[in-house]
Design a protein around this ligand. Sequence first.
Ligand code: FAD
Length: 406
Amino acid sequence: ALRREDKKVVAVVGAGLVGALNACFFAKRGFEVEVFETREDIRKAKVVKGRSINLALSHRGRTALKHVGMEDKIVSKGIPMNARMIHSLSGKQSPIPYGKKGQYILSVDRANLNKELLTAAETYPNTKLNFDHKLQDWSAETGLMTFARPHGSKTQTQADLIVGCDGAFSAVRKQFLRRSRFNYSQTYIPHGYMELTMRPRNGEFAMKPNYLHIWPRNTFMMIALPNLDKTFTCTLFMPFEEFEKISTGDEVIEFFQKYFPDAIPLIGAATLRRDYFRLPAQAMVSVKCSPYHIGDKCVLMGDAAHAVVPFYGQGMNAGFEDCIVFDEIMNQFNEDFSAVLPEYSRVRVPDDHAIADLAMYNYVEVFSPALWSSGLLVIHSLEAGKTHSLFLCRKTSCFKISQRDL
Ligand code: FAD
């Protein structure tokens, strides 16, 4: 391909949510952007494999979309969730608002969000999307990357900057692990998750749509987020050994009868019996590392830098915010990668580690039997990304019990 001599080449590895958005940020600045994605183009694929079907988009994620002119498009296809709706064992439902009146988070379709961002990236003439390119290795000295192609062939390409957006099991990050003074930790939690679909009833949502429904049951929990086609995607979280105890359709119904009786007619007994065995429960990992860069050649963003457990609903949102923070530092240092990359690590590592910690605290708390059974709920809130508050809530009252600056 012909390149403008004066423009640097930025390779974005991974065209998931964060990679696709980041491609827009770099393209907007006028770089030659090459995106490399191991999967085929999800806009053409018949089946799109991936993680959760829908996810919660919050303020920090929306702000990042706004920077590339995509906020309205995505928000128009999102469903506002004004509150959590807690389902008790007896079937009673009680709402707990997310914020003040009128405040909400949005349930958005992951595949649609990803497709829209890819299409947005492609509208920039200086962006090229390369699907079926799996990064195998790269050099921190030269920026030379080696990709595996279908049918066993390989290709090599060089870039001035490599942006690792290739998710929790990042191939870009592997190179970091070989280097001195790189800190890395990963933790798998004992819980797994499984998604089940609740279909519409008489053409309407089977439950109230503008809520994130939660069935808290000590060490188990189910949540449900609404979709535009009037289905709900239910996600069942429980320890792997509990998933494994259930091996027949009758056992599935028995289990739901005991813990989620109101969900049986809503999902449908026949669907439950079938769908529980469709896919095995999926693992959840928390990854923390630092720094996020190597010299002036490579930087990690999104799950590649900080995979978090999903109990704070901020993984993608934090990844989107990475793009804004990087963009701001690019302005500050006049796009000089040798200054921008270390500053990005300095500024971003503490905030992303804080999100990972909050997600892990929430994991511990939502599964804390003592709190739920006493009717109390501990809620974390991260205000303006800088202050962490802890609220203790009863049905009608809510107390702030701690606040600290991050
Ligand atoms: P990914 O989405 O993992 O994308 C990585 C991309 O890189 C993929 O397309 C992959 O194919 C590609 N890739 C991988 N390896 C290579 C390679 N070697 N070469 C080239 N390409 C490669 N976050 C929220 O903000 N809100 C939520 O409500 C929420 N709910 C969640 C629920 C669940 C059950 C889970 C598991 C996660 C949830 N998250 C949520 C977190 C969110 O899914 C992630 O933070 C988000 O997907 C991160 O985006 P990413 O682009 O960094 O990584």
